[in-house]
Structure formats: C-alpha cells, structure tokens
Design a protein around this ligand. Sequence first.
Ligand SMILES: [Zn+2]
Ligand SMILES: [Zn+2]
Length: 342
Amino acid sequence: MRALVKRGVQRRLHLEDVPEPVAGPDDVVVEVSCVGICGTDFHILHDVYDHADPVIPGHELAGRIAHVGKEVRGWSIGDRVVSELHTGADRTCPICRSGNPQICPSKRALGTWTNGAFAERVALPAWLLHRLPEDIPDDLATLIEPGACSIHAMMERSRVHAGDMVLVTGHGPIGLLCAQVALAESADLVILSGRSRKGSARLDAARHLGVEVVDVDCEPVARRVRKLTNDRGVDVAVEAAGAADALADCVAACRPGARVAVLGLIGSDTVAFPWDTTVMRDLEVSFSFSSRESSWQRAIELMESGRLGEPAMVTHSFALEDWEQAFSTAGSGEAVKVLLRP
Ligand SMILES: [Zn+2]
Ligand SMILES: [Zn+2]
C-alpha cells in the first residue's frame, strides 16, 4: 500500500510502497478515507518531538473497517469508525484503570511511536475504536480527535459551566474547537484571542462561530476582556495557543477564584509566568493532555447534534502525493483544517 513515511532527520516525508499493516487477534485494519494534519505531525516532520524512525505519521483519521482480527467482537467489515490514539497503553496499570490510558506509561501513540494514518490502511487495536454515526461525514469526523482534546481540557479539567464567561487563547483548530465546546455547554460569553499577522482565515472562522474575537496584534487581551466582562474577568481561561505570553493573558483575564486549563505545548519546559498574581487570585490551574474515552463520547454527541465541528473548518484536502502542498497550506494561516485523502 502507499504511505507517507518519515525517515531519519531529513525534514520531509516520502511517499512509499510499504507492506500492508498486520492486524493482531485483537486489532482491526481500517481503510483510511481522510486524515487531518495536526501540529504534532509538523513537530514529527521537523524532529521537534521524539518519534519512531521510520514512522508513518497521522492520527486524526476516519475510515472503514477492512479486516477484523479473530478475537475482535462487535465490529464488522465496512463499519465506519474513528479511533483514539492510545496504542500500546496496557489497560491494566492503575492509570489505565482510572480511565486515563492517554497518560499510561506504556502508551506508544499512534502516528508517533506506531505507524499512523498517512497511509491507505492502518492497523488499530479494536478497544480504541468509536462507531461513526451516519450523520457525521468522514471529513468532519477527522475533527473528533482534536474535539475530544478540547473537551478534555474544557469539561474534564477546567469544568466549564452554563453561564460562565470564557477566554480561549489561540485561534488554531484546537482553539476554535474549545470555543465551540464552551458555546455548546451554554457559556454566557466566549472570547477568543489570536493573531491576524499570520493570516486571517482562522480569526474569520472564529467570528463565524459567533464568539468575541481579540486580535492580539492590535489590542491587549486583558483590556478587551475587562471591557467585555464589566471589569469582572472571566470564570474560565483556556490556553490553546502554545505561547507563554498567551498563558500570561489567561491569568490577567481571570476573576479571583477562576479556573485556567493549559493544553498548548510550547516546546520548552520553562516560561516566565505571573506567579504572584496566580497565587493571590487563588486561581485553579490544570494542565490537559490528549483525551479519554468520555471525551470522545461527548465529542461524537456534540458533533452529531451539530454543536461541534463546523463543516467550514475543513478548508482544504489533498491527495497523499501532494503532502508538501498540504503541509505548506496547513502552516500558512490561510487554512483552518487541512486533510489528506489516502
Ligand atoms: Zn492531533
Ligand atoms: Zn496503563
């Protein structure tokens, strides 16, 4: 089959003929119909994140089951599915048993440490699959994975409630999905901050969602938040930009006793942080990584009812051989979500 393979430290992928993926007794093989390009894929391409070498990247997939392992129950050839990416999680350690295989020490994430979905077919453990409802088309379904990450941060870490005022920093797909989750959970006010300097498509997409948009290149976030909240500050702030100054914006925007969730990665373990303000406002700060089964169930429910994943968010799609154009479009700021169609 054809797949995009990352080899060595060259900053490129290679379209190669590779052996068909082999399904173990508890696995299925999925025929990939489309797969989103994510920040993680850029970081693998540029060797910012450690990864298997060689590896087929790609984890935001939708497709149909093409082969079912002999111990798998409840799944059939032709079923439409999406998949969590916690390949390698042992399912038996205390962390897995608490419902958090996404942070299992044995996890070897799909598309990073095991071969992913930038390929015609991919082998997946059946326990990671979710059935795709008829009403959700494959292209939109690629947003379920980043949607689940957004739900984990918004609902399971910072616990957005109806009536809350919410700030989301970052206008990438994750920021836009976080804003949609806040709207879906009946937040009273949703403010999203981003930068117009890198292209306007994503800020336009945010305006289209009906949230208040702050362009960081034109206006300080805290000042606009004070204006919009009558000097009160937000109840919840979510950092989805992956930028230290955006985290400082979150703290500055919070009312005393507010909650902050951080899911952006910044490529470094140390940042300047408004420590004393955070302490004196008695803020609850939580960090959020990946997603768990409950996040996926909620993401699928919200998408099925039309409250998560605007069709307009998928702005481009390309064939595997056009991966270079796909990646440069995804990084250009004129795209929201870019898909590959193996
Ligand atoms: Zn992703
Ligand atoms: Zn485990």
